[in-house]
Design a protein. Structure first.
Length: 209
C-alpha cells in the first residue's frame, strides 16, 4: 500500500534558512523573525524577498512582539494592519491570541480572521496553552481558521502524539491539525501514522522518505 502523501511545512527566519528549506524538501514555508522567541512578524526586507522568490505557498507570521499571546491595544492594532496588508499578498497568515484565562480570545481572533481574508489562517502554538483543547478546537472551527499548529500540549509533537491523534479525529476534516515541535526526519513518518496527520511542521528541512 503506498505511503500517504505528506506535506512538510518549514519555519524560517532568514534568507539562508528559506533557501535551505526550499532546497531541502519544504512544500510550504512559514516565514517569521526570531525563531528563538517562538517567531515574530518578519522584517520588511525578508518579507518582500520571500514574497518575490518563494515558489511554494508562503504563510507569514503576524506577531509584532514577544511575550504572552495577549497583545496590548497598540500591538493588536498593528496585527490588524498586518493582516489587512498581507491578506491578498500571501496565501496564509499565522497568528494566535489568548485571553487571561488561557482560552482563545474569540472577539479579537474573529477580527483578525476577517481582516486576513481571503488568506488562510493558521492558529499557532499558542494553542498549546489553551486549558480546553477540544473546546478550543471547536472555537477555531467556528471562527473559520484553516489549521492549528500544535504539539498536543507536550514539549514535542512525538510526546504529544496521543492527544494529536484525538484532535485529528475530532477535526474530521473541518480544520487541519498540523503537528509541530521537535519534528525530525527520523520519526516523521511514524508521527504521521500515529496521529493521522497529513501535514507536519518543522524548523529543520528534510525530505520525507
Amino acid at each position: 500500500m503506498p505511503a500517504v502523501p505528506l506535506l512538510l511545512e518549514v519555519c524560517v527566519d532568514s534568507r539562508e534558512r528559506l533557501s535551505a528549506a526550499l532546497a531541502g524538501g519544504a512544500r510550504r514555508i512559514e516565514l517569521c523573525a526570531r525563531l528563538d522567541l517562538d517567531g515574530l512578524s518578519p522584517e520588511p526586507e525578508l518579507l518582500e524577498h520571500a514574497l518575490a522568490t518563494c515558489r511554494v505557498p508562503l504563510h507569514v507570521m503576524v506577531r509584532p512582539a514577544p511575550g504572552p499571546f495577549r497583545p496590548a491595544s497598540p500591538e493588536f492594532g498593528r496585527m490588524l494592519r498586518e493582516c489587512e496588508q498581507l491578506a491578498r499578498r500571501a496565501p496564509g497568515l499565522v497568528l494566535g491570541l489568548l485571553d487571561h484565562e488561557e482560552r482563545i480570545d474569540l472577539p479579537r481572533t474573529r477580527e483578525l480572521v476577517a481582516a486576513a481574508r481571503p488568506a488562510q489562517v493558521t492558529f499557532h502554538r499558542a494553542f498549546d496553552r489553551v486549558c480546553d483543547f477540544e473546546g478550543g478546537l471547536e472555537q477555531l472551527i467556528e471562527l473559520g481558521v484553516s489549521r492549528v499548529l500544535t504539539s498536543g500540549g507536550a514539549p514535542t509533537a512525538w510526546e504529544g502524539r496521543a492527544r494529536l491523534a484525538a484532535l485529528v479525529e475530532r477535526a474530521r476534516g473541518r480544520i487541519g491539525v498540523l503537528p509541530g515541535g521537535g519534528v525530525r526526519a527520523d520519526h516523521a513518518r511514524a508521527l504521521a501514522a500515529a496521529t493521522g496527520a497529513t501535514e507536519l511542521h518543522s524548523s529543520t528541512p528534510f525530505v520525507l522518505a
